[in-house]
Design a protein around this ligand. Structure first.
Ligand code: NI
Length: 252
């Protein structure tokens, strides 16, 4: 498994329609496993294949609280019910979030990584992410659903969960060297292996800078002169929460 670079707005591949997967084979599984590693490293809840440059109808989801991520091949929304307004973010718009309209309940089906048919009727975050990711496969982005144009906010203004982090992160990885799965491992069996996930492994810094510029130019984000404390400010340092400074003390 390996981390793949996440494409950011306005990369044209995000506007392409992904192709139906004809055969669930090792190549598709490899793509999906890489997507899971990438999504988890970016603290994302969902990822679509075109976000890592592959035009295949493959989605990965990792809902908060769930131990494992899931793989959805050729996912389809079969039916929806109701309407609600909800805050949303996207790994292809690191540092931003906005209010969109989504369904209350979603009925969907897909194939899992073994080609088995799966289906679900669900609500809440699962429903929201299903709609968001199937949109991605059709070249639709959440900014297309914004309730008000020019209303992207700094990520973390409303929700913190599932926001991509814009800096290197230290992760404490534990290796369990005990032989017996049944027995609770002794402390001596656990090796703590530190690792760092580099921002640069996930994103191209220059393209993230370009994204901030293009979002402002297209009127989705306020130009720095009009921003108030807590809004976006111009920054050459994409590690600085992606040009978003939440604490006005740190403006420069
Ligand atoms: Ni997204």
């Amino acid at each position: 498994m390996s981390i793949r670079r996440i494409r950011v707005f306005p990369d044209p591949i995000l506007r392409k329609k992904c192709r139906v997967v004809r055969r669930v084979d090792d190549k598709i599984r490899e793509l999906a496993y890489d997507m899971i590693e990438t999504m988890d490293a970016a603290s994302g809840v969902g990822l679509a294949a075109n976000q890592v440059g592959a035009l295949q109808r493959v989605v990965t989801l990792h809902l908060p609280g769930d131990e494992d991520a899931i793989i959805l091949i050729n996912p389809e929304i079969r039916d929806t019910e109701g309407e609600r307004e909800i805050i949303e973010g996207c790994l292809s718009f690191p540092g931003y979030e906005g209010m969109v309209k989504r369904s209350v309940s979603v009925k969907a089906r897909w194939l899992d990584e073994n080609g088995s048919k799966m289906k679900v009727t669900t609500e809440d975050l699962f429903a929201q992410v299903l709609e968001h990711e199937v949109d991605h496969l059709n070249g639709i982005l959440y900014i297309d659903h914004l309730l008000e144009h020019e209303k992207l906010d700094a990520a973390g203004t409303h929700v913190e969960e599932g926001e991509p982090h814009m800096h290197d992160i230290e992760v404490e990885v534990h290796a369990d060297h005990s032989d017996d799965d049944e027995v609770e491992p002794q402390e001596s069996d656990i090796e703590v292996v530190h690792t760092t996930i580099k921002f640069n492994d996930l994103y191209s810094e220059s393209l993230v800078d370009q994204m901030h510029y293009d979002l402002r130019k297209a009127g989705y984000a306020l130009p720095p002169s009009e921003s108030k404390a807590g809004d976006r400010v111009e920054s050459d340092d994409p590690h600085l929460d992606g040009g978003v400074i939440l604490d006005p003390e740190h403006k420069h």
